[in-house]
Design a binder for this molecule. Structure first.
Ligand code: BGC
Length: 380
């Protein structure tokens, strides 16, 4: 009798322990790839999918999302796709199974992401493209973005203003991944500014026969842009950027060295390219662009190794995206400022401006605004 009582007490204790573990794993951050907040009973209101953790740009976004969500009454989960459209689709399916009502997604590949968001749409989920547009599908409802053409224009203008006087300045062109619609917009913006200065001989294109053959054309079609990108893409990969820069410099004769201008599409590729140009004995000076205001690039700018970056205040983008999501959850229609053609529909969009940061204004733009702490940099 006593023995039986002991066994049943033990059984009950065991049952309670199993239940406790079960409950806590429901509330815990179950994803090793992302953050999650308050997913009560497994239900998630807003799913966020970001392209990769390997670039500081997207880790910045994750951090800013987490900061913005501290006081949110809605539950959210952030997952990373690690540069894979298959993983991205799997992430979206996971979030659908958790009952999300809104999906915020920065696609790895803008066209390939169509399949993932179409399955979300089938479940009546509202889809917000974040920073990168999802192309050739009706299954995207909203787009929150920076003014990406303005990013490229700022880069192009910077090169014009800082590459020195005279004619025949060698111009090295690099671009982002052709699978990312933004890469086209950035290049288009840069071309808007640079093309007249290439046509009038101020710049001489050093590394793209396709760009060279189009140098008298102010407006390029998507196909023409695609041809140039095909030659000068970095695929957003610093290693690829480094290899391409090395190959370009090996092929260049001394006329294409000396004082040079370099259009680098973002900070990661800019640092890699700058390292290559900075160690070539025949390159006397270079001006190089960037974007994202990554901390490593801010240090490069302070040290005089990168000339500028285009600061895209991720806090604003996150606030816009979450503001939209909350409006949708509250049954309201989000405010938008324009539309973007994604090849299949005009997507309602909210757009944010960008700021050029160089040595002189690092402090006023990034430290005084509370974006970074001065103590995170040396020599400031
Ligand atoms: C983003 C950039 C980023 C790049 C590479 C683009 O779509 O707008 O901020 O540097 O992707 O990840």
């Amino acid at each position: 009798m006593k023995k039986l009582k002991l066994v049943s007490v033990l059984l009950i204790a065991l049952l309670m322990a199993i239940l406790a573990v079960g409950c806590s794993s429901n509330n815990a951050s179950s994803s090793s790839e992302g953050g999650e907040k308050g997913s009560k009973g497994g239900k998630v209101n807003v799913g966020i999918v970001l392209p990769t953790k390997d670039e500081p740009r997207w880790v910045q976004d994750e951090t800013r999302f987490k900061d913005a969500l501290v006081d949110s009454e809605y539950s959210t989960e952030i997952l990373f796709s690690q540069g894979s459209s298959a993983k991205e689709k799997e992430n979206v399916e996971t979030l659908i199974s958790k009952g999300i009502d809104v999906l915020i997604i920065a696609p790895h590949d803008g066209a390939a992401a169509g399949a993932a968001v179409e399955s979300a749409k089938k479940d009546d989920i509202t889809v917000i493209a974040y920073d990168r547009l999802i192309t050739d599908t009706d299954a995207v409802d909203y787009y929150v973005t920076f003014d990406s053409v303005a990013v490229g224009e700022a880069q192009g203008q910077y090169l014009i203003d800082h590459a020195g006087d005279g004619k025949g300045i060698p111009l090295y062109l690099y671009a982002g991944a052709a699978s990312d619609n933004n890469a086209f917009l950035f290049f288009e913006g840069a071309w808007n500014k640079l093309q007249p200065k290439i046509a009038d001989g101020t710049f001489v294109i050093a590394n793209s026969s396709e760009a060279e053959s189009l140098k008298d054309k102010a407006e390029l079609s998507r196909d023409e842009l695609g041809k140039i990108l095909g030659q000068v893409t970095t695929n957003w990969d610093p290693n690829e950027a480094k290899n391409k820069a090395q190959t370009n410099l090996t092929a260049a004769n001394t006329d294409l060295k000396g004082d040079v201008a370099i259009l680098a599409p973002n900070d990661g590729t800019s640092r890699a390219i700058a390292d290559v140009f900075g160690t070539d004995p025949d390159v006397s000076s270079y001006v190089v662009t960037g974007q994202d205001a990554e901390m490593a690039s801010i240090q490069y700018i302070i040290d005089g190794k990168q000339s500028m970056t285009v600061f895209k205040d991720v806090r604003t983008l996150v606030t816009d995206a979450m503001g939209m999501a909350v409006d949708i959850l509250d049954g309201e229609t989000p405010e938008t400022t324009g539309t973007y053609d994604n090849g299949s529909k005009e997507v309602s969009a909210k757009q944010t401006d960008v700021i050029v940061v160089e040595q002189e204004n690092v402090k006023s733009e990034l430290i005084d605004s509370g974006y970074y702490e001065a103590s995170e940099f040396s020599g400031l």
